[in-house]
Design a protein around this ligand. Structure first.
Ligand SMILES: Cc1cc2nc3c(=O)[nH]c(=O)nc-3n(C[C@H](O)[C@H](O)[C@H](O)COP(=O)(O)O)c2cc1C
Length: 408
């Protein structure tokens, strides 16, 4: 069913979703969601090379089977920052879940709770941190921070987040400005539903704002001293999200970060940035066990979770697929997506003799240089085409993506 917020259609569903893999959900959502909203979620920046490679780069690593292990009934449960999780999975912070469902982040958090995964809420959430907490009690929750230039705003946010019982802050440092996302330009995307912190503290609703306007509200200049200051002012553990190299990992930990998130923002910022899984081994070596690591970007399979954990991550973040689950099935749809990826992960635990998540961290992963290993299957996201360029959506003064010619 569909309800409308000022003419914008939102799903009203709450039902488990049948699927064979999470990739197929993207196409199902494309058929039911307004085009601008769908492409806001699905697309990456520029030519979407990084967006595609985030997923295919997992093929650079191979999982070696182990058979005579005398083991059954593996458990995916894990402890993370003192929280008990049933799965080593985090719901990534994503702005404006109201684009997918009328209950927005409340429904997502309920789905994460039912699945036993860590939920994280974006600064640009539609629902308040209080409403999300009221609907989910003390289930594990992190808050993602886009640092504002205004420290009074930051302090109000920290206080609200802490008293709502969130267990940590994730400071995003890889999106100081928006990446060049062409689909948003061609569709003229603006946020269709009000964003809670804007309504509360900025006096603007956020509704009707473009992605670029949104980023203009947050700080472009962020350094190690900000990490320390956020930690002190909030009294909460601080993770730094968007680490893609050893040097930034050293700096974050040196500034007191309690953890890092290896992420390239799902290929939405620098196009041609490397895939996160390819950078993980050198970051793991730099971190050297001092703080936990979360990896996101391109995770679509249980095998991706397995490889990330085996190469040094403690949790793995899922972005777009849960939002597709939210659009198609509300809280239960989010739960279905987490369960799908986790079920695939559990099969691999059995087939590698890993009884626990800790065992996965020591599993045998190889990096054999095959020559023709990356041919896409029909469920591979690289099969999807970029946003189509038409006569109508070619913008004045913007280069024609098809011919390279400048149009004025
Ligand atoms: C529609 C959308 C909105 C996002 N909004 C945020 C945000 O508000 N804050 C943030 O730190 N990251 C944001 N991200 C990035 C995600 O947290 C995460 O890094 C990324 O989605 C992971 O890649 P995946 O979608 O391929 O799984 C967003 C991603 C998408 C797709």
């Amino acid at each position: 069913m569909t309800v409308y917020y000022k003419g914008f259609p939102q799903s009203d569903r709450n039902e488990a979703i049948k699927m064979v893999n999470v990739d197929e959900l993207e196409d199902r959502v494309r058929k039911v969601m307004p085009e601008a909203a769908y492409y806001y979620i699905a697309s990456g920046s520029e030519n979407e090379w990084t967006w595609r490679n985030n997923t295919t780069a997992f093929n650079h690593f191979q999982i070696v089977p182990r058979s005579l292990t005398n083991m059954d009934s593996p458990s995916t449960a894990t402890q993370f920052m003192g929280m008990d999780l049933k799965k080593p999975i985090m719901i990534c912070p994503i702005a404006c879940h109201g684009i997918a469902h009328k209950d927005a982040e409340v429904a997502t958090a309920q789905g994460a709770k039912a699945a036993g995964a860590l939920f994280s809420s974006s600064t640009y959430a539609n629902k308040s941190v209080e409403d999300i907490a009221a609907a989910t009690g003390d289930s594990p929750k992190f808050f993602q921070l886009y640092l504002s230039k205004d420290w009074d705003f930051n302090k109000m946010v920290f206080d609200a987040v802490k008293s709502a019982g969130y267990k940590g802050i994730m400071l995003t440092v890889d999106a100081l400005v928006s990446g060049y996302r062409e689909a948003n330009l061609r569709t003229n995307f603006t946020f269709p539903v009000p964003l809670d912190f804007f309504t509360r503290y900025v006096g603007a609703e956020g509704e009707g704002m473009s992605v670029a306007q949104m980023y203009a509200n947050s700080a472009q200049k962020i350094g190690p001293a900000d990490v320390a200051k956020i930690k002190e002012m909030s009294g909460l553990p601080v993770f730094v999200k968007g680490i893609m190299n050893a040097e930034d990992a050293y700096m974050a930990i040196g500034a007191g970060a309690d953890g890092i998130v290896v992420s390239n923002h799902g290929g939405r910022e620098i196009d041609t940035a490397p895939a996160t899984i390819d950078m993980l081994p050198e970051i793991t070596a730099a971190v050297n066990g001092r703080v936990p690591i979360i990896l996101d970007s391109g995770v679509r399979r249980g095998s991706h979770v397995f490889k990330a954990l085996a190469l040094g991550a403690d949790l793995v973040g899922i972005g777009r697929p849960f939002l597709y689950g939210l659009a198609l099935g509300g809280a239960k749809g989010v739960e279905s997506v987490i369960n799908q990826i986790n079920n695939e992960f559990k099969i691999l635990m059995q087939l590698t003799g890993c009884k626990t998540v800790e065992d996965v961290k020591h599993a045998d992963i190889r990096q054999i240089n095959y020559t023709a290993d990356n041919l896409p299957s029909n469920t591979d996201p690289s099969v999807r085409r970029a946003y189509p360029v038409t006569k109508e959506n070619q913008m004045e003064g913007i280069q024609d993506a098809a011919t390279g010619a400048s149009k004025h």
